[in-house]
Write a protein that binds this ligand. Structure first.
Ligand SMILES: [Zn+2]
Length: 227
């Protein structure tokens, strides 16, 4: 009996078995259609040491859960102090200080979720401006831009021309954020990861390969990935 539970899913488009460890320690195995449930389970058993090592790493990072005293929104080049207040309501920004009013409750996770929600607001104001500037450069214009708080994707582009971008982009450096936006904008023209797509990306971001390899949700601070 393994000390973790793996969720096995069938992915009709995939050709091999993949194990994905979520940021919160969920183990998801996607298997191609031809591979049976027990064959996928064998695969998990075979890789259980590796899975356990990954889970241990995540656990180390998660404990103990703390509200940050300062957050660094690198993409904006701005840092904010975080304070809590026992009276009052809502989350407010006063002189570079984000104040979380917690009305007498002592629940760090709730505070963190409210902080994330507030960061979404900041992202909704900041990221679309960046997209507009890069749209001018690339002449690629999305129909809509929406900011989300996804756990596994930095961005996505729908075939109706809507671009979704992760609010966590604020936490990575501006060059990386720029690359993610360019990547999604280029999908407006090439809805795939074909040679033509990467050629287009390269036109606006020559070192895209290096940047792509630096994108890592595991490098984000713990408070940002709690859900
Ligand atoms: Zn892509």
């Amino acid at each position: 009996m393994l000390p973790f539970r793996a969720i096995i899913k069938t992915d009709t488009r995939s050709k091999k078995i993949r194990i994905k460890i979520g940021l919160m320690g969920d183990v998801v195995v996607s298997k191609p259609k031809y591979c049976s449930q027990s064959c996928a389970q064998d695969f998990v058993n075979l890789h259980s040491d590796w899975i356990e090592a990954q889970l241990a790493k995540i656990k180390d990072r998660r404990m103990p859960l703390q509200l940050p005293t300062k957050i660094d929104l690198k993409a904006m080049g701005q840092t904010f102090n975080i304070k809590t207040n026992i009276s009052g309501r809502g989350v407010k920004l006063i002189n570079n200080e984000i104040i979380i009013n917690r009305f007498n409750q002592d629940d760090i996770k709730k505070d963190i979720l409210r902080l994330q929600k507030y960061i979404k607001k900041i992202a909704e104001d900041f990221i679309p401006k960046e997209v507009k500037a890069l749209s001018m450069l690339t002449k690629l214009q999305p129909q809509t831009i929406c900011i989300r708080n996804q756990q596994t994707r930095w961005g996505s582009c729908s075939n109706r021309g809507c671009i979704s971008l992760n609010q966590k982009l604020l936490l990575i450096n501006p060059t990386l954020m720029r690359y993610v936006i360019i990547h999604e904008l280029c999908h407006l023209q090439e809805m795939n990861h074909s040679k033509n797509f990467w050629k287009l990306v390269q036109r606006y971001q020559p070192n895209f390969k290096e940047l792509d390899s630096k994108l890592d949700f595991n490098k984000l601070p713990v408070w940002a990935i709690v859900k």
